[in-house]
Design a protein around this ligand. Structure first.
Ligand SMILES: Cc1ncc(COP(=O)(O)O)c(C=O)c1O
Length: 459
């Protein structure tokens, strides 16, 4: 019967018609969203009450006055206060195709008809197998990665990767990581994350050895970092289990590094049998290829890769050699059926609809957005939209001089003016955008207009 139910969901014409009708009806509502608009007075009070309630329940207020109403269209989202915003952060990279994509909603509805909501590692359904097969096949095309293990978020995917690296290279305990890295907020990932503000009051475990990320202003950057790495290895030989790196620092500031920066680091680690692990929780699906390790052509080196966000689940990839012993990795939850269906759908759209590759839509979005920011810096916003760049859909610039008070105030005003972005980096602090792949050129131009207006208004 289970097999029949699977067929019913995917092939039964009546169910297909019902799902299509639902998507059409939802689409009609969402089509009313035309563009940015301000708060509506009739919703303001109720929305403020909800915000106050959240602040009491969580013990702290929201970062932005954002409570989604559940309606949205592409890059636009409607909030409970009646306003419509251009959402260029997308839950920090969860909604690759923006809000209410009809194919993603249809996939989610198919997932919702399954017998279970949450799938687990003990009793997976067909979505678990289909999704694992796709991910493992795509990851394996340009790397030695062979296996994939689901978990609930990026932090858990990273915990799984670290345990695998430690078990394989036991008893080595040290981790090499980049300065300004972000890896999540579990006890250990807060340690790998290089931000003392995220672990105030926690004990120091001192298990992470830091090296500097690429600095394009310093011609000796690559050489210096390799030397830092060699020093750590000389001091802790045979006690380093892995080198974890984001292919471009996310929280750390969206400054890309060339392949030539990574290769000597990876080769040196390889020669010392240190596991190589790319944390692609943020870069996955965004750099113009499915994985940033493809964009940078680093797949051959990797033993472990972690993803989450766009995938809608966390996942850890590992090679045959790093397949852990039974008992090391498990967990009740491995993701909801809805999340797996929606995640698969997004990746299928990405693979099949001309988004990837040097001429794909992602690179076109990047160029239009970054060129536009550079133009502002040279013209109306002279010197106040500095250093625009990033990779693919991950774009950042430094507003004003990048001082914390300036950037925080700028981002809050930008929100009021209709564009949602978020900070990254430190000294300078930058404004970052996780642009949805669905964005149209006119919406990029609209974002640029609002950025320009907000910079000119000043902070
Ligand atoms: C590079 C990186 N690693 C790990 C994480 C943690 O992922 P999650 O918040 O899903 O636990 C993030 C989240 O932003 C991230 O950007």
């Amino acid at each position: 019967m289970a097999h029949l139910l699977g067929q019913l969901i995917n092939e039964n014409p009546q169910i297909k018609t019902l799902i299509d009708n639902l998507v059409t009806e939802v689409g009609k509502v969402n089509q009313q969203i035309k563009g940015i608009q301000g708060q509506s007075p009739e919703h303001k009070e109720r929305s403020q009450k909800m915000m106050d309630q959240i602040a009491v329940l969580r013990g702290r207020p929201l970062h932005y006055p954002y409570i989604g109403s559940g309606a949205g269209r592409g890059p636009f989202v409607e909030l409970e206060d009646g306003s419509i915003k251009l959402d260029l952060i997308n839950g920090i990279g969860i909604h690759l195709f923006g809000h209410s994509h009809p194919k993603v909603i249809a996939a989610a509805l198919r997932g919702a008809l399954s017998d279970v909501i949450m799938q687990g590692n003990l009793e997976p359904n067909r979505e678990y197998i289909e999704f694992s097969e796709k991910l493992a096949r795509w990851a394996g095309e340009k790397s030695r990665l062979k296996h994939v293990w689901f978990s609930t978020c990026g932090t858990m995917a990273n915990e799984t990767a670290l345990k695998i690296a430690r078990q394989k290279n036991s008893p080595a305990r040290f981790v090499i990581g980049f300065k300004n890295a972000f890896a999540g907020r579990s006890t250990m990932m807060a340690e790998v994350t290089d931000n003392p503000a995220y672990r105030v009051g926690l004990p120091e475990y001192n298990e992470v050895l830091r090296i500097s990320f690429y600095d394009k202003r310093n011609p000796r950057s690559a050489e210096n970092t390799l030397n830092e790495l060699k020093e750590h290895v000389a001091k802790h030989e045979n006690n380093i289990c892995c080198f974890v790196f984001e292919p471009m620092l996310g929280e750390g500031g969206y400054q890309p590094a060339p392949r030539e920066f990574f290769v000597p680091l990876l080769e040196f680690c390889k020669s010392k049998k240190i596991a190589l692990w790319a944390d692609e929780v943020q870069t996955f699906t965004r750099t113009g290829e499915l994985f940033a390790f493809e964009t940078l052509d680093l797949g051959q080196y990797l033993d472990l890769v972690t993803i989450a966000k766009t995938a809608q689940v966390g996942a850890t990839f590992y090679t045959e050699e790093y397949n852990p012993k039974p008992g090391l990795i498990a967990g009740t939850f491995s993701g909801t059926t809805v999340a797996m269906r929606a995640g698969m759908e997004m990746l299928d759209i990405l693979k099949n609809e001309n988004y990837l590759g040097p001429q794909g839509r992602i690179q076109k979005i990047h160029r239009r957005f970054v060129d536009g920011l550079n133009r502002l810096n040279e013209t109306s916003c002279k010197g106040k939209v500095q250093d625009a760049g990033g990779m693919g859909l991950m774009i950042a610039f430094t507003p004003f001089e990048g001082k914390k008070e300036q950037v925080d105030a700028f981002l809050k005003k930008l929100f009021v003016n209709g564009v949602i972005a978020f900070p990254c980096g430190k000294d300078p602090l930058r404004a970052r955008f996780l642009v949805p792949a669905i964005i149209q050129d006119q919406d990029i131009d609209l974002a640029l207009e609002i950025i320009e207006k907000t910079i000119i208004e000043g902070v």
